[in-house]
Write a protein that binds this ligand. Structure first.
Ligand code: DP6
Length: 349
């Protein structure tokens, strides 16, 4: 068991869904967010240049700071409780967490945050700092945030409808030429969380059942395209998935609309690139940011075109597994005065 003075650091990278998780299974009369099981199968890539970093210590009470600001601990309690139950531990956690990208702005910070947290907290609460197996970490991370189940793994992942854990389909080395250009449209936090928006969609959108039904074929098609590293096919199915996800959100009551004018400009810019024979397939999540799938081959043209419509925040490749700091090299706890370095554009090409 950890001593009060030891700290445990871990890093994880966000999971970008190509086929989206949007909506939870209703559960056995309980609240869907308690089980947090997905109504749709998602297929995703873990992004290397964006990163969450957490530092965890055993403490008197559970406590979390995000980028130096005290967070509402209730959001983390189901996750902490699941982890304690799994390890038969009563340890309480003091967490400091930071991202090298805007938090809660639709860049999947909860995926990387809870994946890193599952690793660091399980090391903190287990004897001899032994990490739990990745599938168990994925199950625990899921309790914090669904997409975090995928972010435990690097490379390419699948989280099947109703599954307790995600799984890795391929490591990052399967497709090293793949690039994801992250276009930052706004760094304001979203007005409605993905959790609340997906639940509103499930409960009120007349299109939700059709969205779920349609998902199985999209997931299968994405897996086939991924196996063949066929960007045209993968990009086409990724576009269907995100656009249909937003279609079901627009049908919610009240409707949910995360897009800004510059998001639409980026979508239209990608359309023009494709018409000119340049592979550029956009996707979006619960926020205005646009991520564009391309390959190393087309990157320069895609960057030049997208710079006209927004700020290219970084360029990612498929990234690694979530990782615990090595025991011999425990860093000091992240502090609000020492934020993570932002991703640099030059290192990403
Ligand atoms: C649009 O994983 O944030 O990014 O499970 O309620 O925490 P909770 O939701 P979250 O939702 C992610 C939604 C998405 C699509 C995706 O990542 O698959």
């Amino acid at each position: 068991m950890s001593s009060l003075s030891s700290s445990y650091g871990a890093t994880a990278h966000p999971s970008l869904a190509l086929v989206k998780y949007w909506g939870k299974l209703p559960g056995d009369g309980g609240r869907p967010e308690e089980a947090n099981l997905p109504a749709t199968t998602s297929i995703a890539v873990t992004l290397n240049r964006l990163m969450s970093r957490v530092t965890v210590r055993a403490a008197e009470h559970d406590r979390v700071t995000l980028d130096g600001v005290e967070a509402k601990v209730e959001r983390f309690t189901p996750f902490f409780d699941a982890l304690r139950a799994r390890l038969a531990s009563s340890v309480r956690f003091a967490v400091e967490s930071g991202n090298n990208f805007p938090t809660a702005a639709g860049l999947a910070s909860s995926s990387s945050g809870f994946a890193a947290l599952a690793l660091a907290c399980s090391a903190c609460a287990s004897p001899d700092r032994t990490p739990l197996p990745p599938t168990v970490l994925s199950e625990l991370a899921r309790v914090g945030s669904g997409s975090a189940a995928r972010a435990v793994f690097g490379g390419f992942t699948r989280w099947s409808r109703g599954a307790a854990a995600a799984e890795q389909l391929y490591p990052a080395a399967h497709w090293p030429e793949l690039r994801v250009v992250v276009l930052k449209i706004s760094d304001a936090s979203k007005e409605i969380t993905s959790r609340d928006a997906m639940e509103r969609t499930r409960l009120t959108s007349p299109y939700f059942a059709q969205w779920v039904e349609d998902n199985a074929a999209l997931a299968l098609e994405a897996e086939r395209a991924l196996a063949e590293r066929d960007l045209e096919r993968l990009g086409t199915v990724a576009r269907h998935s995100y656009l249909r996800m937003f279609a079901t959100m627009l049908g919610a009551d009240p409707p949910v609309l995360y897009w800004l004018p510059a998001s639409v400009a980026a979508i239209k810019r990608c359309e023009r690139l494709r018409a000119a024979g340049i592979a550029a397939f956009e996707t979006m999540d619960a926020g205005p940011q646009v991520k564009v799938l391309t390959t190393e081959h087309y990157l320069e043209s895609v960057l030049a075109a997208l710079a006209e419509v927004g700020e290219v925040f970084t360029v990612c490749s498929p990234g690694p597994d979530a990782a615990l700091d090595p025991p011999s090299n425990l860093p000091p706890a992240a502090s609000p005065t020492t934020p993570l370095d932002p991703p640099t554009k030059s290192a990403s090409r």
